[in-house]
Design a protein around this ligand. Structure first.
Ligand SMILES: NC(=O)c1ccc[n+]([C@@H]2O[C@H](COP(=O)([O-])OP(=O)(O)OC[C@H]3O[C@@H](n4cnc5c(N)ncnc54)[C@H](O)[C@@H]3O)[C@@H](O)[C@H]2O)c1
Length: 396
């Protein structure tokens, strides 16, 4: 059993605690930090947590605590992680790790220098669908991954601080792009180096200084492309969609909105529907078990299993740092309107590049380009002459 200090009593602190205390979990939150005594007391009572405090220091240095979970606004991640590391506690931090790569690098150095366990809480690579799809990709079900499209779009965040880039570090790229970028890395292969990015972003709708909408491409050393689409102005709920194209197959995943639970309610008396749902009446799309569908249960299981085994979790602060470095390049690209290199102070993956190219031999003279069955039933093969390069087609 591990004893946890939860820092933050907002949306993510709530989801994390629901997950940690769900399914009769043996790991328990034993103290919670909130700026507001009233909120801390209520949160502790709601989740059967024995202690609450308005002192971050008191929470992280509590002798009973093994693990600190950081669920605070982005500008406080560094301070909270430094405090936890100085107290010698294992530390798990929500996304994004830092407001930029510099901050993430300082955080990574701190936990490595103090030698504490660190886990990056990127829940969306732990959704039940992602884990199943990822295992299939690893087993070779779709061949090498060429392209991943990941989309997160909703009507905008739920607290003031997200909309202030000095506190949050950025707009939709930093808030949502971090998820999509890591989903792309996860499928393409985290050992493959992200080389460069091109990104468009704009403030289309909201009266804010940061971007409310962005699309980007991350190019990897083997030629694979991770594409992300993020928005804070999408209407109708929260979309979390991924597509993976491999040399031998493809995958489509819809994690959240309209995934097979639809309800029409004229009075709308059902209460909370799902994260970022815009309405409680009319046609609504509830989610059966939100903390599970969003990956929190599998994520904490991996984190605590790794901690107990003395192993690294699937996601650690180095991953958080790489994601921040990719996002920094995105912001540079938005300004320059050009491809920008991903600048990493240290690359811990592979430097060997395995090409995606997978030519299929038809016979001694030809490469197979493709086969096709036409509407009238005829079958065709399209071939390339190995010597001359000529493309021909044959029937039969
Ligand atoms: N899927 C995810 O992984 C996910 C989802 C949502 C949020 N997050 C991340 O979680 C973190 C918190 O986001 P949230 O949605 O819970 O925000 P929130 O606004 O709902 O909650 C933030 C919490 O921090 C407290 N807080 C705010 N300013 C503070 C200050 N100056 N000092 C101390 N406490 C302060 C608030 O009172 C609240 O308890 C962010 O880093 C965000 O990016 C992750």
């Amino acid at each position: 059993m591990k004893k946890i200090a939860m820092l933050g009593t907002g949306l993510i602190g709530t989801f994390y605690t629901m997950s940690l205390h769900g399914l009769r979990s043996r790991d328990r939150v034993v103290t919670v930090y909130s700026r507001s005594e009233e909120r801390g007391r209520k949160f502790a009572a709601d989740f059967d947590i024995p202690k609450f405090t308005t002192s971050l220091q008191e929470a992280v240095t509590d002798p009973e605590v093994d693990v600190v979970v950081v669920g605070l606004p982005n500008n406080l991640h560094r301070e909270a992680i430094f405090a936890a590391a100085d107290a010698g506690k294992a530390v798990l931090c929500t996304k994004p790790l830092g407001r930029n790569a510099e901050e993430a690098w300082e955080i990574l150095r701190k936990v490595e220098q103090t030698g504490v366990f660190h886990g990056y809480l990127e829940d969306l690579v732990y959704t039940p669908k992602h884990l199943k799809a990822h295992a299939s990709v690893e087993a070779g079900a779709i061949g090498k991954v060429m392209w991943v499209r990941s989309r997160e779009a909703h009507p905008g965040p739920h607290s003031d601080w997200f909309w202030n880039p000095e506190i949050s570090g950025g707009g939709a790229i930093l808030d949502l792009g971090c998820h999509c970028i890591e989903i792309g890395r996860s499928f393409i292969g985290k050992h493959i180096r992200p080389l460069e990015v091109v990104c468009w972003a704009d403030t289309q709708v909201k009266p804010i200084a940061a971007e409310d909408h962005a699309i980007g491409l991350v190019r990897y050393a083997n030629g694979a492309i991770g594409q992300f689409e993020v928005s804070w102005c999408f209407r109708g709920g929260m979309e979390l969609k991924d597509e993976v194209a491999g040399v031998d197959g493809s995958i489509r995943i819809d994690n959240f909105l309209r995934t097979g639970f639809e309800m029409f309610s004229a009075p709308g008396k059902g209460g909370y529907v799902a994260e970022k749902a815009e309405t409680e009446s009319g046609w609504i799309f509830p989610v059966g078990d939100e903390v599970h569908e969003l990956g929190y249960n599998n994520m904490f299981t991996d984190m605590f299993n790794a901690l107990e085994k003395g192993a690294a979790p699937i996601e650690d602060f180095y991953d958080g740092y790489v994601v921040n470095a990719i996002m920094d390049a995105c912001y540079r690209s938005v300004k320059s309107k050009k491809w920008e290199p991903v600048e990493l102070k240290e690359w811990r993956g592979s430097d060997q590049v395995e090409p995606l190219t997978a030519f299929v031999e038809y016979d001694a003279a030809y490469w197979l380009v493709k086969t096709e069955t036409l509407p009238d039933g005829r079958r065709k093969v399209i071939l390339k002459d190995k010597k001359t390069g000529e493309i021909i087609q044959r029937e039969g």
